[in-house]
Every structure is written in structure tokens, then in C-alpha cells.
Ligand binder design. Structure first.
Ligand code: AMP
Length: 171
């Protein structure tokens, strides 16, 4: 696990001063690390009844699609506004400065489908909280939210008390 953590690169002051950005491209670019990451994430759910992965734009698509392939499920996309072509529902949420909006296709699930939500990193929890609202509005059942990495010091998971959360790596 330490090897995987070490393969994530810190970029200081990106995208703005004071932020230490966890750059997972260095892990993704390493075949053995990427393979092991997906195997470890998927292993938790082997034999479980999962219908769909929800991937959050954009790095959640990379992890989510590999997980979906491994688990033999479909993947549905949560995207920035204006990217999804069919009818959508939206959720706007607060950022440190301003707001952001996420969308999902209104027909993404059949009611009661069991889904995993995947993203690369849990920071403050705003992105995942908005995604949870979208998935619940469409009456899917969230089995767990899975992240490659979590920034523990931001306490993002405290926002998510009514859902299971798993992160492979902790910083
Ligand atoms: P949050 O809504 O604060 O939990 O932020 C989560 C989203 O922002 C994830 O999709 C991450 O890709 C991205 N993110 C936030 N903070 C960082 C960070 N320090 N390093 C890398 N990605 C980040």
C-alpha cells in the first residue's frame, strides 16, 4: 500500500496557492500500480450484487470504468453541466468560493438498482455529497462510495454520515 501512496505525486500550490494537489497520473501511468489499485478496489465487492458504477468527472471515469469492467457492471456518468446529451437532473453545491453543478441522465437507473459511486479523491466531500443526492433522487440504492485516496485532515466523510465510504489510501 505504501508503494501505491508513494506513486501519487504532490503538486504544491496547484490549482491555486495553498493547495497540495494529489496527482494520480503518476500512479495511473504505472501499469503494475494501476492494475493493483483496481484489483484491491474491486476485491471488496466481488460476489456482491452490484448493478452499476457511478463515475464522477473526470478521474472518476478512469477508475470507475476499470472497476465496472472488473465487476461486470455498467457505468453511468456524473458530469459537469452541458456535457450529457439526454434529459438530465442537476445538483448545485457550494465550493470554497462560489458554486458548482453536476448532472446525471434522468434515466440512469432503474429504481432500486444497487450502485457504487467512484471518484479519485475525497477532499471536503462536496462533490460526493452532491452526487449522492443525484443518485438518491433517481431512487438507486448506494452500496458504497469508493475513492482511491482520502485527505483525512479535511474530514470530508463527516458530511457523509448516512452512507458507507471506503478509501483505499489515506493521506
Ligand atoms: P471535494 O468536493 O472537496 O471532496 O473534492 C473532490 C474533487 O476535487 C475530486 O474529484 C478531486 O479530484 C478534486 N480534488 C480536491 N482536492 C484535491 C487535491 N488536493 N488533490 C487532488 N484532487 C483534488
Amino acid at each position: 500500500m505504501q508503494e501505491l501512496k508513494d506513486s501519487i505525486r504532490d503538486i504544491i500550490d496547484f490549482p491555486k496557492k495553498g493547495i497540495v494537489f494529489k496527482d494520480i497520473t503518476t500512479l495511473l501511468a504505472h501499469g503494475r500500480h494501476f492494475h493493483r489499485t483496481i484489483d484491491l478496489m474491486a476485491h471488496r465487492y466481488l460476489g456482491q450484487d452490484i448493478d452499476m458504477i457511478v463515475g464522477i468527472e473526470a478521474r472518476g471515469f478512469i477508475l470507475g470504468s476499470a472497476l465496472a469492467y472488473k465487476l461486470g457492471t455498467g457505468i453511468t456518468l456524473v458530469r459537469k453541466p452541458g456535457k450529457l446529451p439526454h434529459k438530465t437532473i442537476q445538483k448545485t453545491y457550494a465550493l470554497e468560493y462560489g458554486t458548482d453543478t453536476l448532472e446525471i441522465h434522468a434515466d440512469a437507473f432503474k429504481p432500486g438498482e444497487r450502485v457504487l459511486i467512484a471518484d479519485d479523491l475525497l477532499a471536503t466531500g462536496g462533490t460526493i455529497a452532491a452526487t449522492i443526492d443525484l443518485v438518491r433522487e433517481l431512487e438507486a440504492e448506494i452500496v458504497e462510495c469508493i475513492f482511491l485516496a482520502e485527505l483525512d485532515f479535511l474530514n470530508g466523510r463527516e458530511k457523509l454520515s448516512d452512507v458507507e465510504v471506503f478509501s483505499l489510501l489515506h493521506f
